[in-house]
Design a binder for this molecule. Sequence first.
Ligand code: ZN
Ligand code: ZN
Length: 776
Amino acid sequence: MIKRQKILITGRVQGVGFRPAVYRIAQALGLTGFVYNDTKGVTIELQGQEEKIAEFLARLQSQDKPPLADIKACTVTELPAITGEDKFIIKTSDAEGSALSQVTADIATCRDCFAELFDKEDFRYSYPFINCTNCGPRYSIVKTIPYDRPNTTMSEFAMCDKCAAQYTNVTDRRFHAQPVACGTCGPEIWLTNSKGKTIKKGTKNTIVEAARLLQAGKIVAIKGIGGFHLAVDALNDQAVKRLRQRKRRDHKPFAVMTDSIERIKKYAIVSGLAEKLLKGPQAPIVLLPRKEDSAIAPSVAEGVDTLGFMLCYAPLHYLLFAQGIEVLVMTSGNISDEPLICKNQKALERLGCVADAFLMHNREIYRQVDDSVFHFIDDNPVPLRRARGYVPTPIFMEMNSPQDIFAAGADMKNSFCFVKQNQIICSEHIGDLEDAEVYHHYIDSIEHLRKLFEVEPKVVVCDLHPAYLSTRYAKSLSGIKLIQVQHHWAHIASVLVEHGLSGPVIGIECDGTGYGTDGAIWGCECMIATLEKFERFGHLAYYDLAGADKASKEAIRPVLSLLKKAYGSEFTLQKIDWLLERIEDEPNNKSQISNLKSQIILEQLDKGINCVETSSLGRVFDAVAAMLGLGSYNHFDAQLPMALEAIAADDIEEHYDFELINRTGESVQLDLSKMFRRLVDDIKKGQDASIISAKFHNTLSIALLAMAKQAREGTKLDTVALSGGVFCNRYLTNRLIKLLRKNDFRVLFNKEIPANDGGLSIGQAAIAAYLLSNEV
Ligand SMILES: [Zn+2]
Ligand SMILES: [Zn+2]
């Protein structure tokens, strides 16, 4: 029987080769009708034999689904059959309204392109820029919309006849693949010395020489998809140390790249889940447990028990590794915390003192995009940094915002986002705004993404912190309504919107710093939260931090404050002089903290000079790490907490005592004084640091559970949402999730966006969207 059906498909179905796939299946099954993109997704009208239409739907959702497509829903309505239709066509989208998101993320080399890359018979054999509809650069090369070749950095390369034939053939894998190119018509690579003088030309010569330099322990800056990497042999400790020194990155772990899962397994433990993520089209960096006998140079990642691995994701990477390279450190091409460098000239200027050679190419990178980083929480892949491969894929909300929104994010690990209707369009990881170059990059990026998605924000939402640069920027925008959202409430809201909820939930939020409504620095909060409002149910009992900004770097400040609080009037510096022996005076200065400095800090605490009250949990981790001799200074964010987590023994169930203090009319307060006194006793007794660390983590998980239980008693709520940077700690988070579930809580946490400040703007956006859509 002849039928006609209208099929609406939503999800990630635009910019992924969906319409050509629909065309090919319809063609093969002899169906007539048409397909077009619209603001909701893809709409198809199909006519033909009933069983052929059923087969069409089955194939589109399984074997013939384009690899990058993600079908969220498929709605079918019956239509009366029409006469006079004899073929299936792809209609232009414009007539039906413009698509919401034409620009997709950069995708790792697909299997088909990989095979062609190493196939001597293929005309793109060994071509470092081979790509197709299913892979290659997108977001990083788009200058403006619509997403067509003239609007990308590929505009200066005219396609040869062979490439053009594929580009225009709807049945070809390269149909409308905008960056399509080959060795005859496309971009090329060359090698320069550190001064920019060309030393090798031609693909073969360039690759062979670059590989030789790397194998000889040299540092090579390699231009990739989202920017330059600084590469060095990851098995050569001397070479890695030289890179650290030149890049002025003393401590932060480096990521490592190789070309096969088998090779990763020589150095790290790869679960089935991790393997799937590593091999996926986004090809992120995945944190994996390091094997004990791993030959990776110790200086690649010190003070952590993981290695960040990624697989090759550009054809250029594969060609390099095919020269016999084993594993490479591939770290962002920048100095210190500056933005990632993506332009050839800038790379030579800024990285000439770091790299011995530059592997260049002439496909311009328009937007720099860092590598994404993932780890696992409760056996779920969770991002620590959301960038290449994921941006600008939108996050869908259950609600529709009546107005476009700009959410400014946080100042640390910044990312910002826009809301357009039901989509949250997040920027890539931007960085720490206090660096002037990063701040400029932030401003540029806002304008670029706004234009790319045709957003016209009428509302801006930002943090409460008056000194945040993002807050000041938001306030400087004229003619736009301003909403300010408390930091930890935004974190909890980010979990709610990811799960399609509006609350109320019991929100548990733990991090380093966030400006509170009372002017204190919050950081360990239990709140009853919805997208409309929150109430502070409980928090870590306040302690003082002396020295403002220094307090988040120098562990001695929280150490003295927390011990003073724990011992009260009995506390003197003399009593802990044995403990102070472990704490360094200045970063990188091995001498013990001077008595004078300790006295000054203590006096500040006594008199309340330059002090701020805080409930920060991050600083508690810093203090415990320093007391255990793991370091005295955070050279990068969360260095000490990470070191503390890395040593925690996994077979310890004990914990320390703590108190939950209930005073009428006040929030519940978690007091860790008892824990600190027992913990100091343990150190004095010579208890193993790994056991103390485990007991410390266990205490926090039990204490947060107890807080959640109290919140449940009062409210009858049984859903807990966890967010904040401290929940990037796998030991604590996995343990707390288990405990909460055991006690019949439903537990929600961030899965699509980072739990740290990199996800904050999404929560800000969700709150603003909710308030706007419920405005009367
Ligand atoms: Zn491909
Ligand atoms: Zn060509």
